[in-house]
Write a protein that binds this ligand. Structure first.
Ligand code: SF4
Length: 505
């Protein structure tokens, strides 16, 4: 692969700052984000725990990929001095061994390769490891930048390869990296993209030197390919009830913003909206919920006593933890069940939270079958998620198939009246999720809890189960997990009560 895109050395920015691979990708996403990275980094909010967990997962996948090259050597582990890392990378080249995290600089740009694999006398393949099951455009740009820098630094690059996760992989025994990864040769497309790197970098250096950030309007690019770290900053001007909350609004919201309309209630009557979006506009104007009593009544009629409100918490990891799992497959580790026997009965709570490091699914299934009444309705919010996990567990434990089929036949999805806008409260802001519906409809919510969403529940469970946590922390977080999952099912009971009251008025 030649370095045809390489031109004259450009003057370096004032203080000799350079553009790294990650900032190059930031710059491709948005000029404003790039400017902040260089000129006001302190104003970019730190990555939250979920984002950090995604980084950590990527690190684990990267470590596994190294086992593809057992002769490989890691360059400068623990070294933070930039010049030293560059010098050690250069020094390792003559060894002609696979290099992990080798770094090179060219023309004010800096890149570090996951893996550089020597080929023949003097060539190298770049292997970029991604913890995704598909190759994305951003991955090709990532490699194009690396190829540009490495070629410019004097390396003879033969091929550019993406090592991404094989979605068909199923764990059976120790994870074999040769089966876990799919190696995709993207040399041809990367060579083309590499030709554009030079001019893009020139533009980026001009942006970095601007005295003030460029005025970039918010748009779909704020979430593509990644949710921007400045999202809350740039989107903060929107009123709470804003046009970006239009249900399945897509480009419509951005069109309204361009026309100077940001509040739902200010959308003119002439502007074409779907029926559900029109309900949102009316609710925003009146401040009152939309209630379709007849439809809610019909929905409630299908729910029979005893009612079992059921919710699962799950985790998923890129590298499967247990045999039979695929990458990113959800593993249920906790359930909550509130059972109401009769119309004036009080909800009775049953729960399970896996202990220990073994596969939680067998005991999860046994406990759930023991706790769930054999008759009556099973109510879940977004029921296909719970039913999907039960079906998957049957692949591991076929003896549960008949029982799961029975549960499926009497399951009612509490999401449906909200997703169908049979009930809509302006405080839902276009969302039919449990977290939006419960406070809007019942005045109850999750604010008093330490764990408030499923993503955090999953992270905390992984932390106290497989990470380094003290006994006191483990006890505390398991208590918080109980409270969170319990709130989901008690919340469903409150929602059904409130809907019943509305329907009977
Ligand atoms: S939130 Fe959007 S407009 Fe703001 S910096 Fe990020 S990508 Fe650019």
């Amino acid at each position: 692969m030649s370095s045809g895109a390489i031109g004259e050395k450009r003057p370096l920015p004032r203080d000799n700052r350079f553009i790294s691979k990650s900032t190059f990708l930031n710059g491709l996403q948005c000029a404003k984000l790039l400017w902040f990275r260089y000129n006001a980094k302190d104003q970019i909010p730190a990555a939250n725990e979920l984002t950090q967990a995604i980084f950590d997962q990527g690190h684990k996948v990267g470590q596994l990929a190294r086992s593809l090259y057992p002769e490989g050597i890691e360059i400068a582990p623990g070294v933070t001095d930039f010049d030293e890392v560059l010098a050690l990378s250069r020094k390792a080249l003559p060894h002609r061994r696979p290099l992990f995290e080798a770094a090179f600089q060219f023309n004010g740009d800096y890149a570090r390769a996951d893996i550089l694999n020597p080929v023949g006398q003097d060539q190298w393949d770049i292997i970029e490891v991604k913890s995704t099951t598909k190759v994305k455009d951003v991955h090709r740009h990532d490699l194009a930048f690396q190829a540009y820098v490495f070629n410019g630094a004097g390396l003879n690059i033969r091929r550019c390869v993406l090592a991404h996760i094989n979605s068909d992989f199923v764990k059976r025994g120790p994870v074999d990296a040769r089966k876990f990864f799919t190696l995709e040769d993207v040399t041809v497309i990367v060579a083309g993209l590499s030709q554009t790197v030079e001019s893009r970098l020139d533009e980026m250096f001009r942006t970095i030197r601007l005295p003030r950030h460029p005025d970039v309007q918010i748009g779909p690019h704020c979430d593509t390919p990644y949710t921007c770290a400045l999202h809350e900053v740039c989107w903060g001007f929107l009123p709470e009830s804003n046009v970006m909350t239009l249900y399945r609004g897509g480009a419509k919201g951005f069109k309204l913003l361009q026309d100077g309309v940001s509040d739902l209630k200010d959308i003119s009557d002439e502007f074409a909206l779907t029926n559900n979006q029109d309900i949102q506009r009316r609710a925003a104007r009146t401040g009152q919920p939309h209630v379709d009593k007849a439809a809610i009544g019909a929905f409630l009629k299908q729910i029979k006593y005893p009612i079992s409100f059921m919710d699962f918490e799950t985790f998923n990891t890129a590298v499967p933890k247990f045999d039979g799992l695929q990458p990113f497959q959800q593993v249920p580790f906790q359930f909550s069940l509130h059972v109401v026997e009769s119309e004036d009965g009080e909800p009775k709570h049953h729960k399970y939270l896996a202990a220990g490091v073994d596969d939680p699914r067998p005991e999860f299934m046994r406990q759930l079958r023991a706790a769930l009444p054999a008759r009556g309705s099973v109510v879940a919010f977004n029921a296909p998620f719970e039913l999907g996990r039960l079906e998957e567990c049957c692949a591991l434990m076929p003896e549960f198939r008949a029982w799961v089929k029975n549960v499926r036949g009497r399951t009612v999805d509490l999401l449906l009246p909200f997703r169908g806008f049979r009930y809509y409260h302006p405080q839902q802001n276009g969302s039919a999720s449990m977290k939006a519906v419960l406070p809007a409809l019942t005045g109850k919510g999750y604010d008093h809890l330490a764990i408030r969403d499923g993503g955090m529940a999953s992270l905390q469970y992984l932390h106290v189960t497989y990470g380094e946590a003290s006994e006191a922390e483990r006890t505390q977080i398991r208590q918080q997990l109980d409270e969170y999952c319990g709130m989901d099912t008690l919340g469903m009971h409150f929602i059904v009560e409130s809907l019943s009251t509305l329907a009977s008025r």
